[in-house]
Design a protein around this ligand. Structure first.
Ligand code: HAM
Length: 432
């Protein structure tokens, strides 16, 4: 029988890899907690309409990348390609948005039918934050500050660049879009099918094109900045001066328009040159129109999402995960002899009770000393505890050996009853 393989672009995260994920998830949760953000969870499946109305009908995500299907009732559903739409839907449905301020975070799988390559997958994971009900540039700055704090905690800040842009209001972009359509209409022979179609439906999305010929056609095109209204400009300038005062460096990129339609005013992306083509690790911005567009009341909002796989790739290749985080097991208890199960399991329980942070495995399945100690090494334990019956004796052993599994190979023989008390020192000091 042939084996069934995972779907292309959808990864299994194996035990060894999951240690980096845990570390990252813990740091992220610590940072959002420090900033007073609270978790929200919402389904991976939503009405397709939710994504069409928020991300935009004429975007790569909605046109080409969604996993959509009719369910058994004939409802058209889609796997979420991002978190903002579902977060807004959930928060509004449960009355969290009207006349309130909310700081929310989420994490989980997202699905986009993109061409898989390093750092780009069909099932990938995001951490996101969304802040609702705050109109000034201070919340834009806080959202960026939180992302910078995360990079600092992970020691990645020096590998990341912050790019920001002001994309103005929806009506600014409409006026700009008309100018862009007029400009490109004189160059249609340089456009590909996608760009030609978008020219009249959503001209700004032509700017996202990865086709060099289309990019060439865009040379000398009108620039969005010339169409941005004065309020947006002063909001953006205020944000820039807060970032300056906070010492958060950034570069302004007038081509940064983001691939989703719901943004207005300030948008940003954190990028790196450590990941090859998939350099964007975090993207976000302000989206004051979205709640209303989805049927709620007018609610200012801003947020971002981070691609977890991309940060994991960075943490692993730059070796930024502290060694102790990468070691799931500390103590491996060997039982050489018959009838020692209860004694080893009890010792394991005593060690776990005394050192809640410790990973303790009690060897199961018997076997000779050599095969058991091999397993202790293989699982990466720091210390083996060896319970061994005296030759020919059926009595439970009184003593056990503690053996460090590092180069020191230090060994200490102790009464079993003393092991929980002594283990802390033994783990710390190989010299004992
Ligand atoms: P986005 O830029 O589409 O924004 O995605 C955010 C991040 O998700 C990207 O910077 C990237 O790191 C990661 N990402 C996107 N697609 C993939 C993929 N196929 N494989 C691996 N990683 C990927 C959003 O999703 C918005 N909802 C962000 C937001 C929140 N804006 C306001 N609030």
């Amino acid at each position: 029988m042939s084996k069934i393989q995972a779907i292309r672009g959808m990864n299994d995260i194996l035990p060894e890899q999951s240690l980096t994920w845990h570390y990252l998830e813990r740091i992220f949760q610590q940072v959002v907690k420090k900033f007073g953000y609270q978790e929200i969870r919402f389904p991976v499946l939503e009405q397709t309409q939710l994504f069409k109305r928020s991300i935009g009908e004429v975007t790569d995500i909605v046109e080409k990348e969604m996993y959509s299907f009719d369910d058994r009732n004939g409802d058209n559903l889609s796997l979420r390609p991002e978190g903002t739409a579902g977060c807004v839907r959930a928060a509004d449905q449960h009355g969290l948005l009207y006349n309130q301020q909310q700081r929310l975070w989420y994490q989980g799988p997202m699905f986009r039918h993109e061409r898989p390559q390093k750092g780009r997958y069909r099932q990938f994971h995001q951490f996101g934050i969304e802040a609702f009900g705050m109109v000034g540039p201070d919340i834009d700055a806080e959202v960026i500050q939180l992302s910078a704090e995360l990079w600092r905690e992970l020691d990645l800040l020096k590998y990341l660049n912050l790019e920001i842009n002001n994309i103005g209001s929806a009506s600014d972009r409409k006026a700009y879009g008309a100018a862009l359509t007029a400009f490109l209409s004189a160059r249609t022979e340089q456009l590909d099918d996608d760009a030609r179609r978008r020219l009249h439906t959503n001209p700004m999305r032509v700017l996202d094109s990865k086709n060099p010929q289309v990019q060439e056609a865009l040379t000398g095109a009108p620039v969005l900045q010339d169409y941005v209204n004065e309020d947006s400009k002063s909001h953006y300038q205020a944000l820039c001066s807060i970032l300056d005062a906070l010492g958060i460096s950034y570069s302004e990129n007038s081509r940064l328009v983001r691939g989703l339609d719901y943004y207005n005013n300030c948008v940003f992306e954190w990028t790196t040159d450590q990941l090859g083509a998939q350099g964007a690790v975090c993207g976000g911005g302000r989206y004051d129109g979205l709640v209303k567009q989805l049927g709620g009341r007018e609610t200012p909002a801003a947020g971002f999402a981070i691609g977890i796989e991309r940060i994991v790739l960075m943490l692993d290749s730059l070796e930024k995960v502290p060694a102790e985080e990468l070691r799931p097991i500390d103590v491996y208890i060997l039982a050489v002899g018959e009838g020692l199960s209860a004694q080893t399991l009890q010792l394991a329980a005593d060690l776990r009770a005394r050192y809640p942070g410790l990973g303790v495995i009690s060897h199961c399945g018997g076997g000779k000393y050599n095969s058991q100690i091999k397993r202790a090494f293989a699982c990466g334990a720091r210390v083996a505890v060896i319970l061994e019956q005296e030759d020919g004796s059926a009595a439970p052993p009184q003593n056990a050996r503690l053996r460090r599994l590092d180069d020191s190979g230090a060994v200490l023989t102790l009464e079993i009853a003393q092991i929980p008390e002594q283990m802390g020192d033994f783990l710390e000091n190989s010299g004992i």
